[in-house]
Design a protein around this ligand. Sequence first.
Ligand code: PSU
Ligand code: MN
Length: 302
Amino acid sequence: MLNDYLDIQPEVAQALAAGRPVVALESTIISHGMPYPQNVETARLVEQVVRDNGAVPATIAIIGGRLKVGLDEAALEALGKGGYSVAKCSRRDIPFVLAAGKMGATTVASTMIIAAMAGIRVFATGGIGGVHRGAQETFDISADLQELAHTDVAVVCAGAKSILDIGLTLEYLETQGVPVIGYQTEELPAFYTRESGFKVDYRLDTPEAIAEALRLKWSLGLEGGAVVANPIPQEFAMPKEAIDAAIAQSLQEADEQGVKGKASTPFLLARVCELTGGNSLSSNIKLVLNNAALGARIAAAL
Ligand code: PSU
Ligand code: MN
């Protein structure tokens, strides 16, 4: 059993045993999603926001041959400082990173897997992986989508970045039976912006309504997760033209440099961040905090 490799921090284990709300958090966003030291500062802040909203945070990573659910200061620092030297770990990578005793930053997919093992149902992050633009040729479709199809964890995010093909991502989720819920919105947000031009499946306006939908889904035996899309607060949103231009340039550079496979998403995220200066980073931090708060309230309502 993989559970033999699971280390649940005492505070998290106690909360789970007592039925108190817990929110899972991922570590790829720390190691690969933001520069140091803002990544570590954000990881700490996110945990604090989860607490402020009545839940216990459980940041997930692979460290020293163990699946860690709940990290201490030193672990957050190591993941943040390690940056790209920390292995990006999705579903397929888990056993190899474990066996090697290496440090692994968990993506949405692998964080969902480990959260589910621990009994955590709600997970908050920035953005999910999806169907990449040009996937008709490259077949680049994130393992996150397949995980959402099968693993019973709701993922609170700010939608999908338009480094992805948002329309195809929604089609894939529909095929896989993954509901996309808009929190107080009918439109799927596109991470840095509140609009994407695409509709969500269901708009729900309270954490309680979202919790009730999830409870029903799972009690009916409808396995799999859900996407809870929470738009970035208006005051932190980026101008669409600036972000679109940066994304277009990043995609072109990735193509010219032949970047593909698991390197693709981190490359695009880093380039968009560089090209938009610090602006996109501060928007990114704000939206993650916003998602952490909603995640905690949904977990409390569950
Ligand atoms: N999108 C973001 N920020 C991120 C990621 C995606 O806006 O940090 C990370 C998440 O960890 C996600 C992973 O699970 O990238 C997806 O990578 P891939 O496309 O290789 O599956
Ligand atoms: Mn990919």
